[in-house]
Design a protein around this ligand. Structure first.
Ligand code: SF4
Length: 421
């Protein structure tokens, strides 16, 4: 197993893998990759995944998406038994729990570890048993199914990815979602055993924010019938019905606001246009680790199209306001650089008032603009827009597929799984 990591604070995958021959030269039965989005523990090099550790001749390699809510208790307990941690990421407890398990079989050790974890995890764990020349891969999802994880087939072999778009990119065929609470094992001959039960207690509650903001629009999440773009268009239509305003054009905040803006334009009859252009060399501002990087990131990332905005009353559709950084800078870019006459923000999600403990990086109440400002009028004053409206939770729920319950805790404060003590 070779491990490549980015040398800088953060880099694009294409910058790390400059030479394609790196990948072409790989030999072996299994391969895993991970793009770190730091929630617990910073974006330091030692926290880069996959994490690797060896215990009793078995090498374990783990990649994890989500956030383990009982991480601190588990870590304290393991440290009191002599475990030495080398990272500050919650993911490392998985390796220690496997190593400390009293079970004999590798699969039982993995199950034993996952059954002690609370919170959100979609994981891929590879185990290489050098003594018995045995190699296994385990793929699992927490019983709530907070984070997506899907299965595809490529030339008769199984591939797994967070989003179905990644399967498409490599030419694999989408098969299904890994079920909440399911563990899948695959041996070195490609034999797959699925539906191994981690734990089926609790409410299935996939993260609605994945659909509102995080996922690519062309992905299908949580085994649903329609792609993310379909959902975003629907919430845009609901927003137009709920919060109309007189204006000349509807624009989006690229790229995650695009389909909601199209839905808003469809329903309101106000023409859609592209008033902001996004530099594709800049990452998402929301996940930059420091406040300064976020602030500069907005200016680098977005610029106004003056021929579209000049003299217009503009409706700007965005997916969310977490910290007000992006929104108030956007208002300046649209008015000062673009020459717009009025700016009306329409947000295609309810206001984010509560922190997320399950793997989305808006951790503290004071950092959340909707939580610190108290009400919509105050937020509107803070970002200096002509008007501001959020989609209500009721209207958001109109767009859910039948019989699906999502986690909505960052809007409602109703957490479906234990939160950190
Ligand atoms: S709290 Fe919000 S962001 Fe976190 S899992 Fe729930 S819906 Fe998603």
């Amino acid at each position: 197993m070779k491990n490549w990591m980015s040398e800088g604070e953060s880099s694009l995958v294409t910058e790390v893998f400059r030479e394609r021959s790196f990948i072409d030269d790989l030999v072996g039965d299994f391969a895993t990759g991970h793009v770190r989005y730091s929630t617990e523990g910073g974006s330091s090099e030692e926290n880069a995944q996959p994490l690797k550790s060896t215990n009793q001749g078995i090498e374990y390699i783990v990649s994890h998406n989500g956030n383990i809510t009982n991480y601190k208790e588990l870590r304290n307990n393991l440290e009191s038994k002599g475990a030495i941690f080398r990272t500050s990421t919650d993911t490392e407890v998985i390796l220690h729990l496997i190593a400390h398990s009293q079970k004999q079989d590798i699969q039982d050790k993995v199950l034993d570890a996952l059954r002690q974890i609370e919170g959100a995890y979609s994981v891929v764990i590879t185990a290489v048993d050098h003594n018995h020349k045995q190699r296994m891969m385990f793929v699992g999802r927490d019983p709530h199914g907070f984070r997506p994880l899907c299965i595809g087939v490529l030339e008769g072999k199984r591939v797994f990815a967070s989003e179905s778009y990644a399967l498409h990119l490599m030419g694999a065929k989408y098969d299904r979602e890994v079920n909440p609470g399911e563990l899948i094992s695959i041996n070195q001959n490609g034999h797959m055993c699925d539906d191994i039960e981690i734990d089926f207690k609790g409410i299935i509650s996939p993260c609605i924010f994945e659909k509102i903001y995080f996922a690519r629009p062309d992905s299908v999440l949580f085994g649903e019938n329609n792609d993310v773009a379909y959902f975003r268009r629907a919430i845009g239509r609901q927003l137009a019905e709920e919060s109309p305003v007189e204006a000349d054009i509807v624009i989006d905040v690229p790229d995650s606001g695009r389909f909601a803006a199209l839905g808003y334009a469809e329903k309101s009859g106000i023409p859609y246009n592209q008033g902001l252009v996004r530099s594709h060399y800049a990452g998402r501002t929301f996940i930059e680790p420091s406040q300064i990087m976020r602030h500069d990131g907005v200016k680098i990332k977005l610029s106004a199209v003056r021929s579209v905005l000049n003299g217009k009353r503009v409706i700007v559709v965005d997916d969310s306001i977490v910290r007000s950084t992006t929104t108030s800078l956007l208002r300046d870019i649209i008015i000062e650089d673009g020459g717009a006459k009025e700016v009306h923000f329409r947000i295609s999600s309810p206001s984010v008032i509560h922190p997320c403990y399950y793997g989305m990086d808006f951790p503290t109440g004071t950092e959340l603009i909707a939580s610190s400002c108290g009400n919509v009028n105050m937020i509107n004053r803070n970002i200096r827009s002509d008007s501001l409206a959020y989609l209500s939770l009721d209207r958001l729920r109109h767009c859910y597929e039948p019989d699906v319950r999502y986690c909505e805790a960052c809007f409602s404060g109703q957490y479906p799984a234990p939160t950190p003590k």
